[in-house]
Design a protein around this ligand. Sequence first.
Ligand SMILES: [Zn+2]
Length: 94
Amino acid sequence: MWEKQSDTLIMGLNNVSIRFHCPNCGTLNTFLDLSIPESNVNYDNLSESDSNEDTLENCVNEKCTEDFNISLTNAADGLLIQVDGIADNDIEYK
Ligand SMILES: [Zn+2]
């Protein structure tokens, strides 16, 4: 079941699928089973964490030139999904 990312950090997943609409063409982009970087317990919160993983993906619409930098940051208090150009709250995950 897809859930909207809220202000609460995401806990308890090993990998994550995300989806969001392309701001350029409106196509729904879905990326499945992204691996979450291992949480480093030495970092108490997200702002201190260096445990993050960036992936660059093109829009699934072949006619669209938009690309997305997807960033997963993990810390003891949870996971944050960020995509350049997409509001955090417009990202859904499962
Ligand atoms: Zn697009």
